[in-house]
Design a protein around this ligand. Sequence first.
Ligand code: G
Ligand code: G
Ligand code: MN
Ligand code: NA
Length: 256
Amino acid sequence: LALVNELRTALAKGTQLELHYQTQHTLGNGALVGMEALLRWRHPEHGMISPGDFIPLAERHGLMSSLGSWVVERAIAQLASWRIAGMAEIPVWVNISALQLIQGDLEARLAACLAQHRVPARLLGLELTESVLLDERAGDIYPRLEALRALGHQIAIDDFGTGYSSLSYLKRLPIDKLKLDRAFVRALPEDSADAAIVGAVLTMARGLSLEVIAEGVETTEQRNFLLHHGCPLVQGFLFSRPVPAAELEARLLKEP
Ligand code: G
Ligand code: G
Ligand code: MN
Ligand code: NA
C-alpha cells in the first residue's frame, strides 16, 4: 500500500517516472527505423522498478489510465523536442493498455496532444497486445483501429503468437505490423518447432502485407536465421538495450 501511494505521488509530480527507448532496425543493413518507449520508475530507495512489477499494482489501484496518459504525453513531448532540435525523425512506439482503449477517448487525447506539440501522428506507433485487441469492453475494435490509422498512427500487434487472436482476425483487422514475441526467437535456430513457427509467420505476414519485427534478438545466430528467412525488422539486446532519451540523442544526430 505504501508503494502504490508512492506511485500516485510519482505520477502527480511526474518526477520519478521515465521513458527508456529501445531501438528497432532493418535486419538487412541495421538502419535505425524506430524505437519502443518503455516505462521505468526510478524509485529513490528501491532503484529502478520494472513495469512488469508496478503496472499490475497500477491496474489494481485504478492508476493505469493516468499512467497510460503520462506515457503517451511524455513520448509526444519527447518527439517534439527531438523535432525542434533537428534530430532524425524516427517513429516512437508506445504500449497501449486495455484500459486506455476501453476509456473510449484515446483517439481524441492523442489528437489533442499531437496537435499541441505539433507532432505528426505517423511518428507515434501504437503497440497493442492480442488480449487488448480481443478485450470486449473496448467495443468493436475495428472502427477504433480505423480511426487511429486515419489519424496517421501505425498499429502493431505486440507479443504476437502468445495470445489467442485467430487468423481471421489477422485478415480483417486494420494493422500494419506484427511484433513476433521473443519466446519464439529465444531458442533459434536450434529449436526446430520455433524455427518452423517463425518461418510460417514470416510467410503468412508477407502474404497479408504485414511487416514483422522480431523481438528479443540477442545473438548473431538468431539474427542470421531471421535474415535468411526474410524477416525485415528486429529489436533486441544484440542491437541495443532500452536506454534513457539522452543516450539516444547522440545516435539520432549521427543518423542520416
Ligand atoms: O521493459 P520491460 O521488459 O521491463 O517491460 C516489461 C513489460 O512492461 C512489457 O510487457 C512491456 O510491454 C510493458 N510495458 C513497458 N512500458 C509500458 C508502458 O508504457 N505501458 C504499458 N501498458 N506497458 C508497458
Ligand atoms: O511486451 P513488450 O514487447 O512490450 O516488452 C518489451 C520488453 O522486452 C522490454 O521490457 C525489454 O526490456 C525486453 N527486451 C527487449 N529486447 C530484449 C532482448 O533481446 N532480450 C530479452 N531477454 N528481453 C528483451
Ligand atoms: Mn511492446
Ligand atoms: Na512483446
